[in-house]
Ligand binder design. Structure first.
Ligand SMILES: [Zn+2]
Length: 237
């Protein structure tokens, strides 16, 4: 296979690079950062939700207040009417109306006390959300700082490995590099593997499966083939 040595060298450096990048990705701090971000967003959502709930409560109280004022006005009016009329029938009618207004006020009082419990809960949830948000933001910043420091430490190594890869690239056919990129994009490392001789003209791939007859003849003729199962590029020295 053409430029096999270069190809394997490329792969070796690329795997080294992958390891460094994995180290960053899989570091505890990366996970913690993600967690802190999620929890911060949850806390933020709680604050937004409770703010909305608080707005509704304020609207409710304002409405209740106007309703209450209206009732008081109506009571005054009716009381005045009862006082100023001698007609017993009319008096009875006014008293009945007064009774209705009173019922409405009792009902309002009941709803207000129910609301009170809800209001306390909303305030507590709001404060809790704010507190959690603040904590998560602090944690997020601390972890991010640490992770950035770690990344900065790894940067020279990453740069040097990338430079090495760039230096080898021109000696590898573009089509082969494309194959390599496609296989490794699926997380399959190594992408280029040596055929395992299983004897009697049988070969196995890195993935453990035996190569088909078609793939085997290609391997023997051209020195390389694709594993039909995992799509790795299999070579024979
Ligand atoms: Zn395979």
């Amino acid at each position: 296979m053409e430029n096999l040595e270069k190809l394997l060298e490329y792969q070796k450096i690329d795997i080294e690079l992958r390891k460094v990048l994995d180290e960053i990705e899989r570091s505890d701090d990366s996970k913690k950062l993600e967690q802190a971000r999620t929890e911060f967003n949850n806390a933020k959502a709680t604050v937004t939700e409770t703010e909305k709930a608080a707005e509704n409560i304020v609207t409710f109280y304002n409405n209740a207040l106007s309703f209450f004022e209206e009732c008081v006005k109506r009571i005054d009016e009716l009381s005045e009417k009862i006082k100023t009329t001698d007609d017993l029938e009319k008096q009875r009618e006014f008293v009945a109306q007064l009774e209705k207004v009173r019922e409405k006020l009792y009902d309002l009082e009941k709803r207000l006390s129910e609301r009170n419990d809800k209001t306390d809960k909303v305030i507590l949830a709001y404060l809790d959300g704010q507190e959690r948000g603040k904590k998560m933001r602090n944690l997020f910043n601390t972890v991010k700082e640490r992770l950035n420091k770690f990344k900065t430490e790894k940067e020279p190594q990453i740069k040097s490995l990338k430079a090495k890869l760039d230096a080898i690239k021109p000696s590898i056919p573009a089509a082969v590099l494309e194959q390599y990129a496609a296989i490794t994009a699926e997380g399959k490392y190594p992408a280029f593997v040596e055929a395992i001789d299983a004897g009697k003209n049988h070969y196995r791939c890195f993935c453990g499966l035996e190569l088909s007859q078609k793939a085997t003849s290609e391997l023997v003729d051209k020195g390389q083939c694709r594993c039909e199962t995992c799509r790795r590029l299999v070579y024979k020295k």
